[in-house]
Design a protein around this ligand. Structure first.
Ligand code: TMP
Length: 211
């Protein structure tokens, strides 16, 4: 008995959090027990590490330090939240997972991607999501949406346009290389249309009946 693990990925302001919530509701209505979680975060220690990453000065960390902090948070998240849920048959829907490190720190900050893969193998091993939905949006639209939200968690939003364009292309590249796991969704459509597309893909790929 094992639950399914679904991750949402994408750049700033692509609407992931809303879509994660809407999918969790649809799964709940279909009688599928699921937990909604996020990275960085999703467990008490991981939420503490999150603050170090998403607040403060843009240049406060070296790229490799960021990778290590994200993977430290991920280790806690897997240990405390993701694996226990899946092992008891509960589905997990996560707002971001490891593709974000490859996209943001690897493609964005240009940390050596082979080094990131080595750390990934150490912390995550062969474990992988059953399905990853990459929400894709031109960076100007995404940053305008994200900027409108305000708040203190804007460290990554304040990084330059080149950084955001590199990580957008990074997510598309990751999805192209792993089509069995990843599907790219055009996030420029309205919220309901994107949610409907998400439900169809989840229903098709994971054999669950969703309204
Ligand atoms: P959020 O705004 O989607 O909650 O994510 C927090 C920020 O952390 C977001 O700007 C992307 C960034 N991030 C990384 O740079 N690397 C990672 O591995 C993860 C999970 C998030």
């Amino acid at each position: 008995m094992s639950g399914r693990f679904i991750t949402f990925e994408g750049g700033e302001g692509t609407g992931k959090s809303t879509q994660v919530r809407m999918l969790a509701e649809a799964l709940g209505e279909a009688g599928v027990e699921c937990v909604l979680t996020r990275e960085p975060g999703g467990a008490p220690g991981a939420e503490e590490i999150r603050r170090l990453l998403v607040e403060g000065h843009v240049e406060r960390w070296d790229g490799l330090t960021e990778v290590l902090l994200h993977y430290a948070a991920r280790h806690e998240h897997l240990l405390e939240t993701v694996r226990p849920a899946l092992e008891s048959g509960i589905w997990v829907v996560s707002d971001r997972f490891a593709d974000s490190t490859l996209a943001y720190q690897g493609y964005g900050h240009r940390v050596n991607r082979e080094e990131i893969r080595r750390i990934h193998r150490l912390v995550v091993g062969d474990f992988a999501p059953d399905l990853t939905l990459v929400l894709d949006l031109p960076i100007d639209k995404g940053l305008a949406r994200a900027g409108g939200r305000g708040g203190a968690e804007d460290r990554y939003e304040r990084m330059g346009d080149d950084f955001h364009e590199r990580l957008r292309q990074g997510f598309l590249d990751i999805a192209r290389r792993d089509p069995e796991r990843c599907t790219v969704i055009d996030a420029s459509a309205d919220v309901k249309t994107v949610a409907e597309t998400v439900r169809q893909i989840v229903a098709d790929r994971l054999q669950v009946s969703l309204k």
